[in-house]
Design a binder for this molecule. Structure first.
Ligand SMILES: [Zn+2]
Ligand SMILES: [Zn+2]
Length: 170
């Protein structure tokens, strides 16, 4: 959704309200995670002229489907937020609370993309207690334990214990 700011930049109006719905078709902005697809998003807000500045207020909510980074199951992530930012045409303004627009056009979907990214957890998991999968057999530990390599780990721990015990004795 690209908002045409001409009514504001031309001085015809001091307030421009908007409301729109969309689904993300390009999930490239989430590339450090594993997105599957996007649910419906809804955004509502306004651009205000305050003194000589433009200010954007935007509320959004929606959902995204991801692959859990621990167990590889799919999960639905509810995403919502409030954005309050000043607008600027100065590309070199790298302040966090400033959104750049050009040619009187403001890309609102990009604003939401940035906000979603900023609020995503470092690791997206189906639940905080997700136990992950076995790296050997692929068994989802949330469904129960596997049998394949408990012995190997135990024997490795055993030799490690012996190593330290021996060390102490010397
Ligand atoms: Zn999981
Ligand atoms: Zn296993």
């Amino acid at each position: 959704m690209v908002l045409d700011l001409t009514v504001l930049t031309s001085g015809k109006k001091e307030k421009l309200e908007f409301e729109f719905e969309w689904t993300f078709e390009d999930l490239g902005f989430l590339r450090q995670h594993s997105p599957i697809d996007s649910g419906l998003f809804h955004a509502k807000g306004q651009v205000l002229k305050i003194s000589e500045e433009f200010v954007l207020q935007l509320d959004y909510s929606g959902s995204l489907n991801f692959i859990c980074e621990r167990c590889l199951d799919s999960l639905e992530y509810a995403s919502s937020g409030k954005v309050y930012k000043a607008l600027s045409t100065q590309e070199d303004e790298e302040e966090e609370d400033v959104v750049i627009y050009s040619d009187h056009q403001l890309n609102l979907v990009e604003v939401v993309e940035d906000d979603i990214l900023m609020n995503l957890p470092i690791q997206i998991v189906c639940k905080q207690t997700c136990k992950g999968i076995c790296r050997t057999c692929g068994k989802n530990f949330n469904e129960g334990p596997c049998t394949c390599n408990t012995e190997t780990i135990d024997s490795r721990l055993e030799s490690l214990k012996n190593f330290f015990n021996n060390d102490e004795e010397v």
